[in-house]
Design a protein around this ligand. Structure first.
Ligand code: G3I
Length: 401
């Protein structure tokens, strides 16, 4: 008991030191790095946007963008495009000449030029998919899909493609995109967020399920494997910290495995809050996911510190205003540090299964949940106490070896 107390005291003192130092430790190239701290455990990555890959834009000054880029290059060894490889970005118009690969190519070039491990996000999703993908001549059912919007202009309720037409479009899209980056993109989020959040149905209702049927998932993985047999094909979803949604994930993946569908990894987005999950809850989630016998990737990690986000575990940007309102919780820096410490303690405990931890943004200024200040670096790329708390977990793991 005494040793345990001593350990806790040493962690607390590290955290206190970090809290006191915050604001005075400017980001600098000689700061310890996440990539080095965890190099014996898992890759540490981040989502990046086109400002980082092109060096300009996105409502940030060129000086701020340059600092963002330096932070990404110094701290991370894996990157994923936040938006630039989604269907509405790289295939906005119908057919073979409807592609626009400029932003995706810039992402791949940035990653290759900086020796990063590249992840592609995402091939098939109910959101950010252009309406043309689902359009056809079949009248929509009278109960028009309640599925959420297929892109930022809202859901598609027009006449629809047939199952065969939509499967062909999906196959053409996947073969073209995966084929273009074969050997460069190592992991693909083949299907994103197909599970339902509530109720007893395993899958959410979407235009993919309504037009093709539930086997759209198996087909997507089949097409991606055809296009690049060496790519790691991942199923990606949020809210898997919840036991109810995790049961659906396990049912889905076991069904795909029974059909010999080439699903090679689980992507757990981990958009969470300072209130939940604790180490114990994340430990249980990873233990149960590991029963599938597949590598686990933490794919979109951020920890919301806003009052409005402490009871929400969704990841739909449409709810972002609500989940980032109300200002920060009290003592936010300490709570964020303790939350991240617990999460990384769980990731390290499940090191054999956890192969990658990707943050959904390099710093708070580049976060879809900026008002929730959810990341390890603030808007000026200064390390927050949570950064030091995460490093302390790596040190603790090294000392325990
Ligand atoms: O690029 C357009 C721009 O031309 C236009 O002027 C502007 C205003 O309409 O919109 C811009 O597109 C926005 C896009 O981000 C790029 O900034 C979309 O409106 C906006 O909806 C989109 O939000 C992204 C969201 O996915 C879309 O659902 C977020 O940046 C992105 O962080 C978020 O990421 C998702 C993952 O892909 C899947 N998991 C959940 C996660 C959070 O929602």
């Amino acid at each position: 008991m005494k040793i345990h107390t001593l350990k806790l005291n040493s962690q607390a003192s590290m955290l206190t030191t970090a809290l006191l130092a915050y604001g005075t430790t400017a980001w600098s190239a000689d700061l310890p790095t996440l990539r080095d701290a965890f190099k014996d455990h898992f890759l540490v990555g981040t989502a990046i946007n086109r400002a980082v890959t092109t060096g300009r834009g996105f409502r940030r000054s060129s000086e701020q963008v340059n600092t963002d880029i330096a932070l990404v290059k110094a701290q991370f060894n894996q990157v994923v495009a936040e938006n630039e490889m989604k269907w509405d970005s790289l295939h906005p118009r119908p057919g073979a000449d409807g592609y626009d690969f400029r932003a995706a190519d810039a992402f791949v070039s940035f990653g290759l030029n900086n020796n990063m491990y590249l992840v592609g996000h995402t091939l098939v999703w109910h959101s950010q998919t252009p309406h043309w993908v689902f359009a056809g001549t079949n009248p929509p059912p009278n109960t028009a899909s309640a599925a959420p919007g297929t892109n930022r202009f809202g859901r598609y309720n027009g006449p629809r493609a047939s199952r065969e037409e939509l499967l062909q479009r999906m196959r053409d899209h996947i073969h073209t995109v995966v084929g273009r980056y074969k050997g460069k993109i190592k992991v693909w989020d083949v299907v994103n967020e197909a599970l339902s959040d509530g109720g007893t149905n395993t899958l959410r209702t979407s235009l993919w399920t309504e037009i093709i049927g539930p086997d759209f998932i198996a087909k997507a993985f089949q097409y991606a494997h055809e296009a690049d047999p060496d790519a790691i094909l991942r199923y990606n979803d949020y809210g898997l910290e919840s036991s109810a949604k995790r049961r659906k994930l396990i049912a889905l993946i076991q069904s795909l495995q029974a059909q010999k569908v080439p699903v090679h990894a689980i992507g757990s987005q981990t958009h969470v809050s300072v209130a939940w999950p604790s180490f114990a809850e994340m430990d249980r989630a990873l233990t149960e996911m590991a029963t599938l016998g597949l590598p686990i990737h933490i794919t979109e990690l951020d920890v919301n510190s806003a009052e409005g986000g402490q009871r929400s575990f969704g990841a739909d940007i449409a709810n972002n205003a609500a989940t980032t309102q109300g200002g920060l919780v009290s003592d936010a820096d300490r709570k964020l540090a303790e939350a991240y410490a617990g999460l990384f303690r769980a990731f390290l405990k499940h090191d054999p299964q956890v192969k990658m931890v990707t943050f959904w943004g390099p710093n708070d200024a580049n976060s879809w949940r900026a008002n929730g200040k959810p990341l390890l670096f603030d808007g000026n790329s200064q390390p927050k106490p949570a950064f030091h708390a995460v490093l302390a977990e790596a040190k603790r793991a090294a000392a325990a070896k």
